[in-house]
Design a protein around this ligand. Structure first.
Ligand SMILES: [Zn+2]
Length: 250
């Protein structure tokens, strides 16, 4: 019976609440994003203290609270992602990806695709130094899951194929347009970069860490995706500023 109530979840964020408690925002494949009250989690000997730390995969139990918040009653850490917690740069990326999920998904709406993507992205951050690749992967998969996948098969305006050269990712058109249709050279991405964006969108999750994408292409993607995310996801600019701030603090 009790096992049925266990929820496999990723801990996105934890905030101090009242004198001894914490608010723990979790994201589970089964129930989506929600914030739980962890009583006593601020106390040094609080039994929930280890669970109330961001960037772990946990299995938790909850009960309905009297107010709007459900209450975290017990649980265990399944994967602590210790390398993330030991590295400020990894923490910054993990927090940025958690923030993207927080700002873009409603409460209590299951999003198993996004859950699987975030788990894969945190695993990449934990196991490798390919942070930018993990971030671009998560951004693209999130857009896809939300029905905002950019059209990348050719120019949105004239139909020119990817063989035709360089492109611009247009938020307004929901995909790429060619340099000729764009009428400007700013924000241009190469056809190779577009192909790698397709790979990040479509490769099986286990293959994504092995995709070999150059730093230059990942930078082109970042420049193209920043305005795209800002256009579609309210608050994504704030999430990215948060990442920059953490990076600059180091
Ligand atoms: Zn065109």
């Amino acid at each position: 019976m009790a096992r049925e109530a266990m929820l496999d979840a990723l801990v996105l964020r934890c905030r101090d609440y009242k004198e001894n408690d914490k608010l723990v925002t979790i994201f589970s494949a089964a129930e989506g994003k929600e914030t739980l009250l962890a009583r006593g989690a601020r106390k040094p000997d609080g039994s929930l203290r280890p669970l109330a730390q961001p960037f772990s995969r946990v299995s938790v139990q909850k009960v309905a609270g009297r107010g709007s918040l459900d209450i975290l009653t017990q649980g265990e850490i399944i994967e602590p992602f210790l390398p993330i917690k030991a590295d400020l740069n990894k923490i910054a990326y993990a927090a940025y990806l958690a923030e993207l999920v927080i700002i873009s998904l409603p409460e209590n709406k299951p999003q198993p695709q996004v859950y699987a993507s975030l788990l894969a992205a945190w695993s990449m951050l934990s196991l490798s130094e390919r942070h930018a690749q993990a971030a671009r992967f998560m951004e693209l998969r999130l857009l896809d899951a939300l029905g905002l996948r950019p059209y990348l098969d050719g120019c949105r305006a004239c139909g020119r194929s990817l063989e035709g050269g360089s492109f611009y990712l247009s938020p307004g058109r929901g995909g790429i347009i060619c340099r000729a249709c764009r009428g400007s050279d700013s924000g241009i991405i190469s056809a190779g970069t577009v192909r790698n964006m397709q790979r990040l969108l479509d490769a099986p999750l286990t293959r994504v860490p092995q995709l070999s994408i150059s730093e230059a292409m990942l930078q082109e993607m970042e420049l193209a995706l920043t305005p795209y995310l800002r256009y579609y996801l309210e608050g994504s600019g704030r999430a990215r500023e948060f990442l920059r701030r953490l990076e600059n603090e180091q």
